[in-house]
Write a protein that binds this ligand. Structure first.
Ligand SMILES: [Zn+2]
Length: 307
């Protein structure tokens, strides 16, 4: 574990894949949380924060900061706002989408996911700084996985909160490419940016914190080359991740309902087009592809999640 590498005033709640990690920052003056997990786990997220507040004898949660607005990073926002009356900070580029709660602009319709509505109080502007707990963090733009994603960097301890821009073994799906927007070049630029910063510890959006940044950058770059050299690969991978993610929540689902969800999810319809499949062909292919990869199994007419 890397918990001993964290300076005082930072605690990471490492979550499963359905919920992104939550990072608690605390001092006498400020208690902030980065990312709030998926809505299905909202009670656990509130409990994790409550327990940590008790453990560290802190009065309340002041701020909730979202690296980006995918449903696994902000699905707990509404519940945390109700529990703690905290202020919510979102990437500046998402302000109008959140204000109007435009679920198309916010990706939930497009990706076939859910996120309870919340209101924001402030925005995160790349290049500016924000106080989280004891330390001041620089806000960095990190487009690629999501065009509006940000990362957070603390120079004294050389810590990077990378969200889904860099994991120990890769990065989040390059979603924009699924519907014909640019993403490969942005991922490359974000990896280049990370390489220019002195980083001793990365706290990713998913998985344990890690220290060998050079190794992870090299894995991420070869992964990017593999995906960008054949956009069909990115589309197939993205489609499987979207179904797997949904299945993590469902646990098991009648195949007819799975097919119905696939046929009504715009990002998957776009992926089918990119793969030159008609939607019936795609519906035949996707659940089988997930089974073939070992992430699910078919029991009669039911698709079952395999951890
Ligand atoms: Zn994400």
């Amino acid at each position: 574990m890397t918990a001993h590498l964290l300076p005082p005033g930072i605690e990471v709640f490492e979550r499963g894949w359905l919920s992104a990690n939550n990072i608690l920052h605390f001092s006498d003056n400020d208690v902030s949380l980065v990312d709030s997990g998926y809505c299905a786990h909202k009670n656990l997220t509130v409990d994790l924060v409550c327990n940590a507040l008790k453990k560290h004898q802190l009065p309340k949660l002041n701020k909730l900061v979202n690296t980006h607005l995918h449903s696994d990073h902000c699905g707990g926002n509404a519940a945390l706002a109700t529990a703690f009356n905290c202020e919510i900070y979102i990437p500046a580029a998402e302000e109008i989408a959140v204000k109007n709660w435009d679920s198309t602009l916010l990706s939930y319709d497009n990706l076939g996911q859910e996120c309870p509505q919340f209101a924001h109080h402030a925005v995160l502007i790349p290049g500016e700084e924000i106080l989280l707990g004891k330390y001041v963090w620089k806000i960095l733009a990190a487009p690629g996985h999501d065009p509006h994603s940000i990362m957070l960097y603390e120079a004294d301890h050389r810590i990077l909160i990378s969200a889904d821009a860099l994991w120990e073994e890769g990065f989040g799906v390059i979603f924009p490419e699924l519907w014909g927007e640019a993403g490969f070049e942005e991922v490359a630029q974000t990896l280049d940016l990370i390489e220019t910063i002195p980083v001793d510890l990365v706290i990713p959006g998913h998985g344990a914190p890690f220290t060998d940044v050079a190794r992870s950058l090299s894995i991420a770059r070869s992964r990017l080359d593999y995906l960008a050299s054949d956009p069909g690969r990115n589309a197939r991978h993205g489609a499987k991740v979207l179904l797997k993610y949904r299945l993590l929540e469902w646990r098991s689902r009648d195949i007819a309902q799975v097919n119905d969800w696939i046929a009504n999810t715009p990002a998957l319809i776009s992926a089918a087009k990119l793969l030159n499949m008609d939607i019936d062909e795609f519906i035949q292919w996707l659940p089988k592809a997930l089974v073939k990869s070992g992430a699910a199994k078919l029991e009669g007419e039911t698709l079952v999640d395999l951890a």
